[in-house]
Design a protein around this ligand. Structure first.
Ligand code: BES
Ligand code: MN
Ligand code: ZN
Length: 517
């Protein structure tokens, strides 16, 4: 079975625009998030022109905006616009730091409720957004949330579409004027593309290890790149050998699927020679731990150990599609970490692309080995303007920060802020962690130039980051995102079904777009 034959559910939510006044609007339901205590008659006065029945509907008595409260108020069924769903958001006011998260969640909940009721369409009146301040930003995020809430994670079941929770067919934004304002249209499209990026990353990340191995994954990347005019180069094991990727190759030695390095480049006209923004994503298609074998409980989750590369690929595809006016390069070092007579062993010394020798003490610390070669290669080939790597790198980071925060390690304060604000815009949050120089001594090896993993678990996310930093040349601005535990959600949430989350894809997209909106 190849990935393209898998039963991905078509979850496209067509985005439409209704102009020309309220009497031209139609949809199964209007989605209206509400703060607790908000006087909807005042704050959404224009909604009452589109749905005059709200003036007298008895159900309006129950609309309070309390958190988690959803009310649908009905008009005569013959009306083209006869249901309004009020989604309570509680008391968190707009000035608070996480208001956008609250709004995203509200729209997603509303959309899921509409799905559960077998509606086929929903509507957002532009006038209902203006009370939130920046209407364009809110529209962008509303569309983002609705497209994600309407999507279902990739499945490999032989169920038919009808047996699954139904999806909506379209979402419309309604305007009172004759024309659709260009800025609103752009905002909606931008939110739509952001959501499709995350969906793409989720689909790739959810693919089992037997569907995407380094070879088939590289092919998939090539095929997706071709569709979007993204330049794609794939180095196979021979090329990697010839060019000295000794650390990367060591990780894949126990697998019957040889390693690959996928190189993607977006270089629009006039920007061909500029120093690129470089993304690197960890692409371990399955991490058994190798000879330092992992315990079997939860080992199946290690098919998600290529989430960093999935985020990188998905973001690149959208950046190319959007023709962003800057040069962006991405590297996806791919390998499968397996035990075998040929596999790398604890105690082995390998030589990486930088020519440094590396003592491998625990074959389960494989991510940093593929990443260090990619970092060295990127820095020698391109002199990156900025380098960002994303990896499900350490269980220690998951222990430190839990499942809502990614770890951010960065050698430049301004870049750290850029990453955090891109993440905030994306609804993906990062906590800055220290590159504490005192711990570099933990990486000293008695036999090689560097040891890839410190003895003991303490500070494991930091020592992993310090190992990577060793390969970043002085003066190169670099950020490392450790997203272990964020790649997978253990429960359904309004914006994401249980399973692959696609975390970091949108952060990279916002970075590539050139800053938070
Ligand atoms: N892919 C794992 C990290 C991981 C753990 C990701 C849990 C997602 C959830 C990584 O390759 C790994 O095994 N790291 C080891 C490093 C250790 C051997 C120094 C770890 O975290 O235990
Ligand atoms: Mn591992
Ligand atoms: Zn791993």
């Amino acid at each position: 079975m190849s990935a393209s034959e898998s039963k991905h559910i078509a979850n496209d939510l067509e985005i439409r625009f209704h102009a020309g006044g309220e009497d031209k609007w139609s949809a199964d339901v209007a989605l209206i998030p509400l703060w607790e205590g908000e006087n909807v008659r005042e704050s959404c006065a224009q909604l009452f022109d589109a749905a005059p029945f709200l003036q007298i509907a008895p159900g309006m008595r129950d609309v309070t905006g309390r958190k988690n409260e959803i009310n649908i108020v009905y008009g005569h069924p013959d009306l083209a616009y006869s249901r309004v769903m009020f989604i309570g958001m509680g008391k968190e006011c707009l000035s608070s730091n996480n208001a956008m998260d609250v709004l995203r969640t509200a729209y997603a909940k509303g959309l899921r409720k509409a799905r559960a009721m077998h509606f086929t369409s929903a509507h957002i009146p532009w006038s209902s957004l203006e009370r939130f301040g920046n209407a364009e930003r809110v529209l962008e995020e509303a569309v983002y949330a609705c497209v994600l809430a309407n999507s279902q994670n990739a499945r490999y079941k032989k169920t038919t579409r009808e047996e699954l929770t139904p999806c909506l067919e379209w979402l419309a934004v309604g305007f009172r004027g004759q024309y659709v304002p260009e800025n609103a249209r752009q905002a909606a499209r931008r939110g739509e593309r952001s959501a499709l990026t995350v969906i793409q990353a989720r689909k790739l990340a959810a693919a089992p290890g037997n569907v995407l191995n380094p070879v088939t994954y590289a092919e998939k990347a090539r095929q997706l790149a071709e569709e979007t005019k993204l330049r794609c180069e794939v180095l196979d094991e021979t090329a990697l050998q010839e060019q000295g990727f000794g650390a990367h190759l060591a990780v894949g030695r126990g697998s019957s699927h040889a390693p690959r390095l996928v190189i993607l480049e977006h270089a629009p006209e006039g920007h061909e020679d500029e120093a690129p923004l470089v993304f690197i994503g960890k692409g371990i298609t399955f991490d058994s731990g190798g000879i330092s074998l992992k315990p079997s409980a939860n080992m199946h989750q290690m098919k998600g150990d290529m989430t960093g590369s999935a985020a990188v690929l998905a973001a690149m595809l959208t950046l190319a599609e959007e023709e962003v006016p800057r040069r962006v390069v991405a590297l996806m070092p791919l390998a499968e970490n397996m035990p075998d007579g040929n596999a790398v062993k604890p105690g082995d010394v390998v030589q990486g692309y930088s020519k440094d020798t590396i003592e491998v003490v625990n074959t389960d610390a494989e991510g940093r080995l593929v990443l260090c070669d990619a970092i060295s290669y990127a820095c020698s080939r391109w002199k990156p303007e900025v380098l960002v790597d994303v990896a499900t790198l350490t269980g220690a980071c998951a222990v430190a920060l839990g499942e809502e925060l990614g770890g951010l390690f960065c050698n430049d304060d301004e870049l750290a802020e850029r990453v955090q604000s891109a993440g905030h815009c994306a609804g993906e949050n990062y906590w800055r962690m220290p590159l504490w120089k005192g711990y570099t001594k933990k990486l000293e090896s008695p036999i090689a130039d560097i040891c890839h993993s410190a003895f003991g678990r303490a500070g494991g996310a930091i020592t992993a980051a310090l190992f990577l930093e060793h390969f970043v040349p002085e003066g190169t601005r670099w950020a490392h995102l450790d997203i272990a535990a964020l790649d997978w959600s253990e429960k359904d949430t309004p914006l994401c079904d249980k399973g692959a989350t696609g975390f970091a894809a949108r952060t990279l997209l916002e970075l590539g777009r050139g800053g938070a909106a």
